[in-house]
Design a protein. Structure first.
Length: 349
C-alpha cells in the first residue's frame, strides 16, 4: 500500500518500540505489566498465518516480527503457519491455527478477506486480526487494523513541493483504488499547503496483472512523467518502484520518494525519503489492547502510534541514506507539520 503488498528487502527483525511515540511506548509497557494473559499457567498462543510460503516480502515479514515481539511483551507463544498460495491452502492453515488452540490469529493480505468471516464464526473462542482489509458486517471476534496513510501522504506532498525545482510533481501508484485515491488527494493537499502554486501531475497507475511487481511498466510511466516536466515523483507502487528508480538516471534531475520501507538505499542520491508502513508496530499495539480485554472491531493507527511515518523523521534517519537529510529547512517544516497532525491541530482528511 503504500499497500499491503510485496516490498523490497529491509531489516526490522529485532524487538523495538522505537517507531512509536513516547506516549504509545508507555502504553505498551503498561499493557505488558497488567495481569491479563501473563498469569496463565500455560501461555496462550498467537499464530500468524502467511498467505504464501516464506519469501522476501518485507511487509509479510513485518507480520512475523510483530507477532513474535508481541508474544515476548505479553507472554504468549508465537508461531507462524505458511500457506500454499491457493484459497484451499490458506483455509487449511486458518483451520490449523484454530485446531492448535490459538487465542489470537493474525493475517495480512487481501487473500484472506473472503475466507476469514466464515472461519471466525465457527471459532468464537479465537480472536482474528486482519490488517487493512476490513470485512463488512464481520463476525464479532474479528478485529481489523487500518492505517491512516493519508497523514504520511500529506507530508510526502509537502516534501515533494518544497524540493521541486521545476514546480511540477507527481505520483505513480500500483492500482487506482479508493484508498490510493485518498492518499493521492492527501499528497496533493500537502503539496499545495507547502507551495500553493505547485503543479501536481495527474496520478499514473501501473495496473495490469501485477501492479505491485511490474518495474518495466513503472519505468515507462516515470519516463512519461519526467517528459512532462515533473522532477519529484512519489513512487507508491511497492515492488514496481525499482522501475521508477531505474528511470531516474544521472542524466536527469528527477528525484523520488519511496514507499513501504526505506528505499533510499536502492538508489542513493535519487530517493529523497519514504512513506513507511510499520505493520509490526501496529500488530504489537493491537495485540496488547486485545490481550487486556479490548473487543474493538477496528483499530486505526497513524503517525501518533508510529504505524506510518516518513523515514527522515524516524530515530534511525541518520543511517537511512535518504537525500532529504541534506535539506535541513525542509526537514524542519516536515517535523512541524508532523507534530501538528499528531496533536490534532492539523487535519489532513
Amino acid at each position: 500500500m503504500m499497500t499491503l503488498a510485496p516490498r523490497t528487502p529491509h531489516a526490522r527483525s529485532r524487538l523495538t518500540l522505537s517507531g512509536l511515540s513516547g506516549k504509545m511506548r508507555r502504553l505498551l509497557l503498561t499493557l505488558a505489566l497488567l495481569p491479563g494473559l501473563a498469569g496463565a499457567a500455560e501461555l496462550p498462543k498467537i499464530i500468524y498465518v502467511r498467505p504464501v510460503p516464506m519469501n522476501d516480502d518485507v511487509l509479510l515479514q513485518q507480520g512475523s516480527n510483530g507477532v513474535n515481539n508481541a508474544a515476548k511483551l505479553y507472554k504468549m507463544q508465537a508461531s507462524t503457519l505458511e500457506s500454499q498460495a491457493t484459497r484451499a491452502g490458506r483455509l487449511q492453515q486458518l483451520d490449523n491455527a484454530v485446531k492448535q488452540g490459538a487465542k489470537i490469529v493474525v493475517v495480512m493480505g487481501i487473500e484472506f478477506k473472503d475466507l476469514l468471516d466464515s472461519v471466525a464464526r465457527q471459532a468464537p473462542q479465537t480472536r482474528f486480526v486482519i490488517l487493512e482489509h476490513c470485512i463488512d458486517n464481520a463476525a464479532s471476534n474479528i478485529t481489523c487494523i487500518t492505517f491512516r496513510e493519508s497523514e504520511a501522504s500529506y507530508l510526502a506532498g509537502m516534501q515533494a513541493a518544497l524540493v521541486s525545482a521545476s514546480g511540477k510533481i507527481g505520483l505513480i501508484g500500483a492500482s487506482n483504488t479508493a484508498l490510493r485515491q485518498k492518499n493521492s488527494e492527501a499528497f496533493s493537499n500537502g503539496a499545495h499547503a507547502a507551495k500553493p502554486a505547485i503543479s501536481v501531475h495527474e496520478p499514473l497507475w501501473v495496473e495490469g496483472a501485477q501492479p505491485f511487481n511490474d518495474p518495466p511498466r513503472a519505468e515507462a510511466l516515470t519516463k512519461t512523467m519526467l517528459g512532462d516536466g515533473v522532477d519529484v515523483i512519489w513512487a507508491a507502487a511497492a515492488g514496481s518502484n525499482s522501475g521508477v528508480f531505474k528511470a531516474l538516471t544521472p542524466q536527469n534531475r528527477g528525484k523520488a520518494i519511496g514507499s513501504g520501507v526505506n528505499q533510499c538505499i536502492q538508489a542513493p542520491g535519487k530517493v529523497l525519503d519514504n512513506v513507511e508502513v510499520h505493520a509490526d508496530s501496529a500488530i504489537i499495539l493491537a495485540v496488547g489492547l486485545l490481550a487486556n480485554g479490548s473487543t474493538a472491531p477496528r483499530f486505526d493507527f497513524g503517525l501518533k502510534e508510529g504505524a506510518v511515518a516518513l523515514t527522515a523523521l524516524g530515530l534511525d534517519a541518520a543511517y537511512s541514506e535518504c537525500d532529504i537529510l541534506h535539506q535541513r529547512p525542509v526537514l524542519q517544516k516536515l517535523r512541524e507539520a508532523s507534530s501538528a497532525i499528531i496533536s490534532g491541530k492539523l487535519k489532513v482528511d
